[in-house]
Design a protein around this ligand. Structure first.
Ligand SMILES: NC(=O)c1ccc[n+]([C@@H]2O[C@H](COP(=O)([O-])OP(=O)(O)OC[C@H]3O[C@@H](n4cnc5c(N)ncnc54)[C@H](OP(=O)(O)O)[C@@H]3O)[C@@H](O)[C@H]2O)c1
Length: 220
């Protein structure tokens, strides 16, 4: 199986790359700074294909597509790269919507034609429980919450319009990463291994749900 994962220099993206490689996948690991992948590169010489590209640019996305096409196809796209801004200036809102919603939308659009040649194509969006309207009882985080809620909605429409593709909107848990912070209770390995199982158990449905890394449904 061939998988593209974005934002693989650290955190959940790096752990997801390791989980996919250990499960026998060929991984196109997209990152702006591929040095984070050095350790994995030494272990998985033929199945790890690091791609140095910025997903937030059209040149970056075109570069990724070219490399993946040349390698003969794709089964799974995982849009993991994301940002959480602690302030909500106009720039924060614009950058958050761009990376957290518009870029996954464009990546999905760019890769759908190639994915549709696969036997069981999957598109996975790494979202967050913080995108949930029902769960929001503490306010704040306008840029992050709203941009990830937009990602959820875009994915719901994709699932309706592309019934031959399995779509997922996943919450990785509160994970110890640069974004999640030191106090987070979940290690990247646990989150990534859980996400991997959920991704491989996905069914074909237009009725996409927000699910966590253990496969539990969360309220939108
Ligand atoms: N940690 C948590 O508790 C938590 C909870 C819920 C959801 N999430 C979601 O999980 C995903 C991964 O989060 P994480 O905790 O692993 O975060 P992280 O440690 O901050 O890593 C984020 C990744 O996103 C990429 N990225 C950041 N800014 C970018 C930009 N401007 N352009 C392109 N790529 C950029 C980076 O990729 P490169 O440098 O490799 O390009 C980086 O590897 C995010 O979508 C996040 O919203 C995390």
């Amino acid at each position: 199986m061939k998988t593209v994962i974005t934002g693989t220099s650290r955190g959940i993206g790096l752990a997801l790359t390791e989980a996919a490689l250990k499960n026998g996948d060929t991984v196109f690991a997209v990152s702006r700074s591929p040095r984070g992948l050095d350790e994995l590169r030494a272990k998985f010489k033929t199945t790890l294909i690091p791609i140095e590209a910025d997903v937030s640019t059209s040149e970056g996305r075109a570069k990724i597509l070219k490399i993946v096409e040349a390698a003969g196809g794709l089964d799974t796209l995982i849009n993991n790269a994301g940002i959480l801004r602690k302030t909500d200036t106009e720039k924060d809102l614009e950058e958050s919507f761009h990376l957290n919603a518009i870029v996954p939308f464009l990546m999905t659009t760019v890769f759908l034609p190639l994915l549709k040649s696969a036997k069981a194509p999957r598109v996975v969006q790494i979202s967050t429980l913080m995108s949930s309207m029902t769960d929001n009882s503490s306010g704040g985080f306008y840029s992050y919450r709203a941009s990830k809620a937009a990602l959820n909605m875009l994915t719901k429409s994709f699932a309706i319009d592309h019934p031959s593709v399995r779509f997922a909107v996943l919450h990785p848990g509160w994970v110890k990463t640069e974004m999640g912070g030191e106090q987070a209770p979940i290690e990247t390995k646990e989150s990534a291994e859980g996400l991997w199982k959920v991704i491989h158990g996905l069914e074909l449905t237009a009725n996409v749900k927000l699910q966590d890394f253990r496969g539990r449904e969360l309220p939108w």
